[in-house]
Design a protein around this ligand. Structure first.
Ligand code: ADP
Length: 608
């Protein structure tokens, strides 16, 4: 059987090999975009060539027009520059359009890749990180898109042309070129220091931001409890602390960035002063023209501009790198089986658990400890036991949602580890403890339980789950929107709708986790009758403490601290487990009783 999903698969690791793997996916995304990036570089080449025209124009005006009064030359030069400006605008527009295509393709491709990956990850992997972490991943996709298609991409395309401007300064005014050569390493050193400082600060900022976002997610999802218990005073210090930490780190990183940007601006100003001084000395000595000095100054602007931007752009590149790595960890994480080797067809619904051990954390005590049981097809098996005894965990292991550490689960003698999530979901309907619906109509929500569910399927499932009368009683009937997470409906209505959703594909096995926790007595008795009817052709396994539901069960498995304490036919087990009898709603195979706290050990680990 598959080992429990390892957390290390998505934990950042500084190992070089792993680091390379974490970046590999972005290379795969960029590779098909190569022709598009070549177009950007080609357009950038022309934009930068056109940028040479302004200094050349200035040089000509100073050296030819001003000195000799050649107004016709000026006229020609101005017309030429107007044409250059129009062409430059056109080229920049083209470059922006091309980059928009890049943005769109990256968004679609990476967004789809991430969505599909999240859908393919095992539940345990998804549970190891807070909700805010998974939400942040979609922001990471935006960071990748913006970096590959925004100002930073233009900067990368422009940087190689800095060499061209440098060369031209050499041609026009060699002494200024030499001076620049001495100053340039200072800019590069500044960019390097800036990168190092930013990297550390950005990591710390990210950590505080993620802690703040986790709290926000909890505040939003727990808003009803916060209001009901007036927890705002309790939440405020938490919020203030986390918010202050993230602001402090943001300021720290920002101030480091500002220092480097400002240093870079001062360095640019000093470079200007030095170049003009050197130029003036050479002009005085008649070794350089005025036009050459001014044109060189303009070219220097074009040269230092990207270098300055580079110092300020480290934040963008660093967050790009972090986003790429975070996404890389997720893309490298182990997936559930996606394709079935062979279709075994719909099972009868016979389940067997063989010596299953499961633990949530590698170093924790097992939540399920050597659990073995057999469930023949048909009938109702009730799982009972005190809170935290592992009942819900056992249901999830039975459904293949949690892979066990050792032992295995068999469905019709086949190890469920070989089946895809889709197959298992098709064969095992599930009503979880927290009944979550999705925004949309009641019809949409019931239909989610089966691919291509038609009206007939939906009506049949609704009738079986006993929700049809309440649905048609609503003004919009099956078209009624359920609101965010089903908030428009009551807990009991949600629970019964979820049962209808579980039934719509007519799965041979039904797993129900406290299916009557939100139901009133009448609805509970209706559910018990429904289950009795369903049990003729379905294998039903339910976690319950309800005497009404227990009264219709055929088998009982009693769990305590992850071990089976008693298992067998209800009529044998229930009297030993429960003290007080209660009236069954329908003909029952066992006396309905109320649970008591202690469970007498009887034949531990036995299969019913
Ligand atoms: P029951 O359904 O019997 O109340 P559960 O199966 O929900 O019990 O939980 C069994 C034990 O496993 C409990 O001690 C609980 O704290 C722990 N547990 C449940 N879910 C998780 C989880 N996602 N991560 C870590 N521990 C968990």
């Amino acid at each position: 059987m598959q080992q429990a999903a390892s957390n290390s698969q998505i934990d950042p690791d500084n190992d070089q090999g792993i680091a390379a793997l974490r970046h590999e996916w972005v290379a795969e995304v960029v590779r098909p975009l190569k022709p598009v990036f070549m177009e950007v570089i080609a357009v950038s080449l022309f934009v930068n060539i056109l940028a040479l025209c302004a200094p050349i124009f200035t040089l000509q005006v100073y050296d030819r027009v001003v000195s000799s009064g050649g107004l016709t030359t000026l006229q020609g030069l101005v017309i030429g520059m107007v044409l250059v400006a129009i062409f430059d605008f056109f080229l920049r527009q083209v470059r922006a359009r091309i980059l928009q295509t890049v943005a769109l393709r990256v968004d679609v491709q990476v967004g789809k890749k991430l969505f599909e990956k999240l859908m393919a990850l095992p539940l345990r992997t998804l549970e190891t990180k807070p909700a805010a972490f998974w939400q942040l991943l979609f922001r990471d996709v935006e960071v990748v898109r913006n970096t590959l298609s925004g100002a930073s991409a233009v900067l990368v395309a422009d940087l190689p042309f800095a060499v061209m401007f440098f060369a031209l300064i050499f041609v026009l005014a060699t002494p200024l070129g030499v001076t620049l050569m001495v100053i340039m390493p200072l800019f590069l050193a500044l960019a390097w220091f800036s990168a190092r400082a930013q990297q550390k600060a950005a990591k710390r900022e990210k950590r505080t931001l993620s802690s703040r976002d986790t709290l926000i997610a909890e505040l939003v999802s727990g808003r009803t409890t916060i209001k009901a218990l007036a927890l705002d005073d309790r939440m405020r210090p938490l919020w203030e602390e986390r918010s202050a930490n993230s602001i402090e780190e943001a300021i720290l990183r920002g101030s480091k960035n500002d220092t480097h940007v400002n240093l870079s601006a001062s360095l640019t100003m000093m470079t200007n002063v030095i170049l003009t001084t050197v130029g003036a000395l050479f002009i005085v000595a008649h070794e350089m023209t005025m036009g050459a000095l001014i044109a060189s100054n303009m070219l220097m602007g074009r040269l230092l501009g990207p270098l300055n931007q580079l110092v300020g752009s480290w934040k963008v590149y660093l967050s790009f790198r972090q986003s790429v790595e975070r996404l890389g960890d997720i893309f490298a994480a182990k997936e559930e089986i996606q394709e079935s080797r062979i279709s075994l067809g719909r099972p009868k619904g016979e389940l067997a658990v063989e010596n299953v051990v499961f633990r949530y954390k590698e170093d924790a005590a097992p939540t399920l400890d050597s659990v073995s049981m057999k469930v023949t097809s048909g009938g109702i098996t009730a799982i009972v036991g005190p809170n935290g005894s592992g009942k819900t965990t056992l249901l999830k292991v039975l459904m293949g949602l949690y892979p066990c550490e050792s032992g295995r689960v068999l469905l019709d003698q086949a190890d469920i580890a070989q089946f895809t999530r889709r197959e298992l979901a098709e064969w095992m309907g599930y009503v979880p403890q927290e009944c979550v619906l999705f925004s949309g109509s009641i019809r949409d929500n019931i239909a989610q339980g089966m691919a291509d569910a038609d009206d007939e399927h939906i009506l049949k499932a609704s009738r079986m789950a006993g929700v049809h009368p309440f649905i048609i009683d609503l003004p919009d009937g099956y078209g009624t929107p359920v609101g965010e997470g089903g908030s428009v409906l009551s807990g009991g209505q949600r629970q019964r709708l979820v049962l209808a959703r579980a039934l719509v594909g007519d799965p041979p096995v039904l797993m129900l986790d406290e299916p009557s926790s939100n139901l009133d007595r009448k609805a509970e008795e209706d559910l018990a009758r429904t289950l009795l009817e369903l049990a003729k052709e379905h294998t039903i396994i339910m976690v319950t403490h309800s005497p009404v539901l227990l009264s219709v069960s055929n088998r009982v498995v009693a769990l305590d601290k992850g071990r089976i304490l008693a298992a067998g036919p209800s009529q044998d087990i229930l009297p030993r487990l429960f003290a007080r009898p209660a009236a069954p709603p329908a003909p029952a195979s066992a006396p309905a009783t109320a649970p008591v706290a202690s469970v007498p050990p009887a034949n531990p680990g036995a299969a019913p």
